[in-house]
Design a protein around this ligand. Structure first.
Ligand SMILES: Nc1ncnc2c1ncn2[C@@H]1O[C@H](COP(=O)(O)OP(=O)(O)O)[C@@H](O)[C@H]1O
Ligand SMILES: [Mg+2]
Length: 295
């Protein structure tokens, strides 16, 4: 197994480092390197998860190949951008995407087919999620009669904030807002049916879009364990939280440590990091229907 790769380094270039990805600007294209960093409760943990970045990149690539919408992915080969002399290419392989550079819309496009996470929290308080009224009496993890579009703002620091669709219209305009909603719902339905055929429920998921030459395209990662809640269908039992293929395992462990979530988080024990790695790889293999190449 490889060691965790938590920081990329291209000679003479300074990336924009997100929580998980290092993004290098090559003019009209970007090199997006998914590292093995993991975030939880809005903190990047001091411990990486070996190969996690490869899982995110490879799974996104599988989905980009299936989805009925225009997206940013051009190539998985980092050598398709002019890498600076002396670049160590090996660690980039498998975790890199060469993409079209887009103007990012400042909204997270979330679709929920089940009531969970911040959706469940809001529903308990108000009976609504992002301004969408839902029937009374729903339980945690219940399936919704119709998937709902529940946008959120992108917050530089801290939690994304759920917003009503009307607020999204104010931010990006009615025409873009409606297009992003329709595309998000279409992708959700396509992916939900695909995942269901593999024994996985797609509880909810988040997309990012950007403007490329006047058209909205899907950017970033899609339908990964970091951006989605995947639940094993065989164990589905509403009325409580569900076991999942996302980083719930890490969150649960952090909750046992007494960490206050307001100061730098603790490192993960090897066993927790390895179990988390196994969860990500399992999600990849179930959804992609093929072995993970870097096992
Ligand atoms: N095609 C693209 N064009 C422009 N920006 C992009 C594109 N794809 C991804 N991004 C941006 O790259 C960054 C990816 O890094 P990530 O670690 O996921 O960041 P974050 O901490 O914001 O989630 C995000 O800010 C995302 O909006
Ligand atoms: Mg991100």
């Amino acid at each position: 197994m490889n060691a965790a790769y938590t920081r990329s380094d291209l000679p003479g270039m300074t990336p924009r480092r997100g929580k998980v990805r290092d993004v290098y600007d090559f003019g009209d294209r970007l090199l997006v390197v998914a590292t093995d960093r993991i975030s939880a409760f809005d903190w990047v943990l001091p411990t990486g998860i070996p190969d996690k970045g490869r899982v995110l990149t490879q799974l996104s690539a599988v989905w980009f190949g299936l989805l009925p919408v225009e997206h940013h992915l051009l190539s998985l080969d980092p050598r398709d951008v002019p890498l600076p002399a002396g670049t160590d290419v090996d660690p980039l392989v498998g975790r890199s995407m060469v993409v079209r550079k887009a103007q990012v819309y400042p909204v997270e496009c979330v679709v929920r087919g089940y009531l969970s996470g911040s959706g469940w929290k809001e529903y308990r308080q108000s009976g609504e999620v992002c301004g969408v009224r839902l029937p009374a009496g729903l339980r945690e993890s219940d399936r919704l009669a119709q998937p709902i579009f529940t946008p959120a703002t992108k917050e530089e620091s801290g939690h994304d904030i759920n917003i009503p669709f009307e607020r999204m219209v104010e931010i990006v305009g009615a025409s873009v807002a409606e297009t992003l909603r329709a595309k998000s719902l279409l992708i959700y339905a396509t992916a939900r049916d695909y995942a269901a055929a593999r024994g996985i429920l797609l509880a909810d998921t988040k997309f990012e879009f950007g403007d490329f030459e006047g058209r909205p395209i899907v950017i970033d990662e899609v339908l990964t364990p970091d951006s989605s809640r995947f639940w094993p269908a065989a164990q589905y039992a509403p009325g409580k939280g569900q076991p999942s293929f996302d980083k719930q395992f890490v969150r649960d462990w952090l909750e046992t440590t007494g960490w206050d979530k307001n100061s730098p988080p603790p490192s993960l024990p090897d066993q927790v990091a390895l179990k988390t790695r196994a969860k990500y790889i399992e999600a990849y293999e179930l959804l992609a229907g093929k072995p993970f190449p870097w096992k």
